[in-house]
Design a protein around this ligand. Structure first.
Ligand code: B12
Length: 260
């Protein structure tokens, strides 16, 4: 008869799935990533937990003591960063991020109204999300940054054909055109658009942004400049307004974005 005495079952029957679930509970992930300020945290949490009934109240509460851009960037966007991590870890699925994104947008709509800003425009920016790409949350945030600092924006939306972007730039002659790509399959639209603009003699800087692109890629074609985060766009736009061309923006990029 075989004796089981002294057998350590923990070494044989190990539930790796349970272990990893415990390590990566959504609460634990959120705890690590959420902003520490309690008022902003409340705002961020409504996004993380998809509490669209509470986001407006939490945002309004935060707006009593905080600047609207802080509420957007450090509260609502912080929540969305947690959501992106939960999605990457296969804890959240597409319906979750769509509800979280909707919650964030409701908060942004409230905060946006409180942003002071003169009506006189500093210049026109054409913004779009690359052909085939539906990810427009980052672009929408960058748009808020630009309009709140005095720029006018023509927002072409998402999944915009290269030729439509080129036609818009030819027609409207903006000081800056931005393109967002979160998918590696869509980012190639930017060099194609820039090439067509160059062929038409257009010198407008073409800013690539979004998770799929990096600085090397964005500067690999004529006109191309880079912006990693939405708040970096206004300081870059200010330099273009001051007369910098795309080559000079590239050369002084680190200095221009500073801590933004
Ligand atoms: C939300 C989301 C969606 C939403 C988008 C809703 C919307 N309206 O945007 C929905 C559900 C529609 C979606 C769909 C898909 N998605 Co998706 N999605 C995401 C997710 C989780 C978060 C993106 C996000 O909004 N983050 C929050 C914002 C604030 O961040 P952001 O966009 O990066 O913006 C910041 C910067 O990039 C920058 N920025 C962005 N734009 C701009 C513009 C300017 C001018 C400036 C200056 C800065 C700037 O500033 C922002 C912060 O300051 C990412 C995962 C991730 N980690 O990014 C995947 C992700 C982008 N999706 C992905 C994929 C594959 C898809 C799908 C194909 C299906 C799928 N299996 O998930 C479909 C697309 C189908 C199609 N072709 O139509 C992949 C892309 C992989 C790749 N490298 O190609 C990712 C990376 C997930 C993954 N790890 O697989 N998705």
């Amino acid at each position: 008869m075989v004796s089981h005495k002294g057998v350590d079952y923990a070494k044989i029957l190990k539930r790796y799935d349970v272990q990893s679930q415990n390590e990566a509970s959504p609460q634990a992930i959120a705890e690590k990533m959420l902003v520490k300020d309690p008022v902003l945290r409340k705002v961020a949490e409504t996004v993380v937990w998809k509490q669209f009934k509470d986001v407006v109240a939490a945002t309004n509460e935060a707006l009593k003591t905080k600047d609207p851009l802080v509420v957007i960037n450090d509260g609502l966007v912080n929540g969305m960063e947690v959501v992106a991590k939960l999605y990457a870890d296969h804890i959240y699925y597409l319906p979750d991020i769509m509800m979280a994104a909707k919650t964030m947008e409701m908060g942004i709509a409230v905060a946006e109204k409180k942003i002071a800003g003169g009506r006189e425009t500093k210049g026109l920016v054409v913004m779009h999300v690359a052909e085939g790409d539906p990810h427009d949350i980052g672009k929408n945030i960058a748009k808020v940054m630009l309009t709140s600092t005095g720029y006018s924006v023509i927002d072409m939306g998402k999944d915009v054909a290269v030729d439509d972007v080129v036609a818009m730039v030819v027609k409207e002659k903006p000081m800056l055109v931005t393109g967002t790509a979160l998918m590696t399959t869509t980012m190639t639209a930017f060099p194609r658009a820039a090439e067509k603009l160059v062929a038409k003699g257009i010198k407008t800087p073409f800013m690539s942004a979004g998770g799929a692109v990096n600085r090397d890629f964005s500067e690999s074609f004529d006109l191309g400049i880079y912006s990693q985060k939405a708040p970096q766009t206004p300081p870059i736009a200010d330099k273009i307004k001051a007369g910098y061309d795309w080559r000079k923006i590239r050369a002084e990029w680190e200095n221009i974005i500073g801590g933004a």
